[in-house]
Design a protein around this ligand. Structure first.
Ligand code: FES
Length: 281
């Protein structure tokens, strides 16, 4: 039921009872998880729930309990989870022993991803089961809840555009960290760690640039892009629009790379693997 009416989809050219005009009833059976779909509809939400669960548990363990080996070679390469390492960057030494940079900075990527329009789809389908999936019955308790968008308890989602501004600052600091990986005792070069952090920053950039709020930032207030700065805004809008269609891809790849980057740094710092390098001069 939706607003007191059975589920329905709009069909052009169909007429009927006042509320059904232009709509056709869908064959939805009741009872949580019941459906007439014959495909493996649960695959995607199950994988997404598992991936998010693992990501949250890994982050919690790494930040709170296992926060050693977060960089190597005197901060030349820093783990993406702890980057930007603001405690080191701003020479903050008089902090409690249990504190690390991730504890101070992670609320920004968490807030940005947590209010992301794609993320809302993920958590509504996986954790809240509202809806469970297209044409799959959700739990009875959720029939009365409905979807309230950015109202009620979900009003915090309105801060997404502001989280975007903060995410852009964090992103620029990550590129600073990439440049740091190219400094070898006064010489320039690069190592595998450089490529790992650069790739992580690239994926994060694509996730930010394909964001709906980023797209609106450049295209939301202009009717046309002709001349001056508006030409650049139009180019940004079109670039963002093109990649916005793949926003889910950038969400998952950038998230995955944060953890792969952390495992890489941890492995090098612990001496499990080496970081091959090329140094100029
Ligand atoms: Fe996903 Fe903005 S980051 S919509």
């Amino acid at each position: 039921m939706q607003n007191g009416q059975p589920y329905a989809v709009p069909i052009q050219g169909i007429t009927g009872a006042p509320w059904m005009r232009g709509y056709q009833r869908l064959p939805l059976v009741k009872g949580f998880g019941k459906t007439q779909r014959i495909d493996n509809w649960w695959n995607q939400p199950a994988i997404m729930a598992a991936a998010l669960g693992i990501a949250m548990i890994y982050t919690g363990l790494r930040v709170i309990l296992l926060d050693g080996s977060i960089h190597y070679e005197n901060h030349r390469v820093t783990s993406p989870i702890f980057s930007p390492d603001i405690l080191h960057m701003f020479h903050i030494t008089n902090h409690p022993g249990w504190m690390n940079s991730a504890m101070l900075i992670l609320w920004i990527p968490f807030g940005f991803r947590g209010t992301c329009y794609y993320m809302r789809k993920v958590y509504h389908r996986t954790f809240l089961q509202n809806p469970t999936a297209c044409l799959v019955a959700k739990p009875n308790i959720n029939h009365g809840v409905g979807y309230s968008g950015e109202r009620g308890v979900f009003i915090f989602n309105n801060i997404h555009r502001y989280m975007l501004y903060l995410a852009v600052i964090i992103l620029s600091m990550k590129y600073y960290d990439v440049i740091l990986t190219m400094r070898f005792n006064g010489s320039w070069g690069f190592s595998l760690g450089t490529l790992v952090l650069a790739f992580e920053s690239f994926l994060l950039t694509m996730y930010v640039v394909s964001c709906h709020a980023f797209r609106h930032l450049f295209g939301g207030s202009l009717d046309q892009w002709r001349g001056g700065i508006s030409t650049v805004a139009g180019w940004m809008f079109r670039f963002s629009s093109r990649h916005n269609a793949s926003h889910n891809l950038w969400f998952w790849t950038s998230l995955t790379m944060v953890f792969l980057g952390d495992i890489f740094v941890l492995s090098v710092a612990e001496g499990v693997i080496t970081d091959p390098r090329f140094i100029m001069g």
